[in-house]
Design a protein around this ligand. Structure first.
Ligand code: MRU
Length: 365
């Protein structure tokens, strides 16, 4: 997508072969681009959320493996790099998917051939992500178009949670891709953006994206969605996912489950934008089998923002001595999901529907 008219991806190799990323910790206040030069820097960038979002975490791990292969292409280095990058964050399955894709491509090759092959495969994973998200957008566009046809002259109101936008992928985003496609097709859309405490990915990232692209939107507190749905102000919900199980349970940013419950109670369609690398075919019961990342209590007790002096700063919002819990993801059971928006089309959130649409991928596991 574009920033001030210039096309950007979230991760790319510059003319000197150095991998560059948008350091998302400073958005929406500052656009900072940083190089990642070695395995340790890649691991830090994922763990400390310089980059985040399931598809981008996978793409960054792929490039981390590629950069390490240029430094040391040995079998030991390949195995150790898989381990080091894999342990950076536990929930998004794209991390493992990308590392497995790199390892299975590289392991049969002689070490001398691995650096070039790894860079080529990492670039391919990024290009595949862009195309998958473009296809998700086209399938989602058809759904938005149907809703628009039922309310001529009025915008389609879409609620989204967290950031499943282009910043969370290599480009387009998953949940936002249908929105960008609808806007480009001249369909009026309006987005309710959940702020998404505690990291505020909605307020800081989704709002920044939509603002940059001129998409009408309003930021809402996380607890407002149910109220808006009760009053008919939301036509559909589209969220992303960090891991979707073989039967369609959806793990996504904390708070997604409550939005799904509210949507279900109010007859609002609840769609999940799902790139196929985010399916974990080894897992069925999302509630019991997916590891949920617990992050620092300080993310709950502190809030970061830009002060009147322009400096980015953190302030404490709770009393000294108050503890906090910070589970970063939750699981929405498949029965609350209206449909999975995949690159192959709209898929029922059922074991049978997913197995039918992705028979080849399921068989390959
Ligand atoms: O903790 P984050 O910011 O990495 O969490 C991101 C999300 O939960 C996104 O909604 C999810 O990765 C889907 S991104 C297309």
């Amino acid at each position: 997508m574009k920033i001030n008219g210039t096309p950007y991806r979230t991760i790319w190799q510059d003319a000197d072969g150095v991998v560059q990323v948008i350091d998302q910790r400073w958005l929406p206040h500052d656009l900072r681009i940083v190089p990642l030069r070695n395995r340790a820097e890649f691991a830090t960038a994922i763990r400390d959320m310089w980059v985040r979002g399931a598809p981008l975490i996978g793409a960054t791990a792929a490039w981390g493996m590629a950069v390490q292969m240029a430094a040391d292409p040995s079998d030991a280095s390949l195995a150790e790099t898989w381990d080091i990058l894999h342990e950076t964050r536990p929930t998004a399955i794209n991390l493992r998917w990308a590392l497995d894709a790199m390892r299975s491509h590289l392991a049969p090759l002689p070490p001398a051939a691995r650096a070039a092959a790894a860079a080529a495969r990492a670039a391919e994973i990024c290009d595949e992500d862009v195309e998958i998200n473009r296809q998700i957008g086209l399938h989602g566009l058809a759904i938005i178009r149907d809703i628009a046809a039922r309310k001529p002259g009025k915008p389609v109101n879409i609620l989204t949670h967290c950031n499943a936008g282009w910043l969370a992928t290599v480009d387009w985003g998953t949940a936002t891709s249908p929105i960008y496609h609808a806007d480009a097709a001249g369909i009026p859309v309006h987005v309710f953006v959940d702020e998404t405490r505690p990291r505020n990915q909605g307020a800081q990232l989704t709002a920044w994206e939509l603002n940059s692209h001129g998409i009408p939107h309003d930021l809402i507190v996380d607890n407002a969605g149910g109220h808006l749905m009760q009053h008919g102000e939301v036509d559909m919900v589209i969220v992303g996912t960090d891991r979707t199980t073989a039967r369609g349970d959806v793990c996504n940013k904390i708070g997604t489950y409550l939005k799904a419950l509210a949507a279900h109670a109010n007859g609002v369609p609840f769609y999940v934008a799902l790139p196929s690398p985010t399916i974990d075919w080894r897992v069925h019961d999302g509630l019991r089998e997916i590891p949920i990342e617990e992050r620092s209590p300080a993310e709950v007790t502190m809030v970061q923002g830009r002060g009147p002096d322009g400096a980015i700063t953190s302030v404490q919002i709770s009393p000294d001595g108050t503890g906090a819990r910070n589970p970063a993801f939750d699981v929405t059971p498949a029965e609350l999901v209206t449909g999975l928006l995949t690159e192959r089309g709209l898929c029922p959130a059922t074991a049978e529907g997913m197995a039918a649409m992705f028979a080849d991928l399921k068989a390959a596991v």
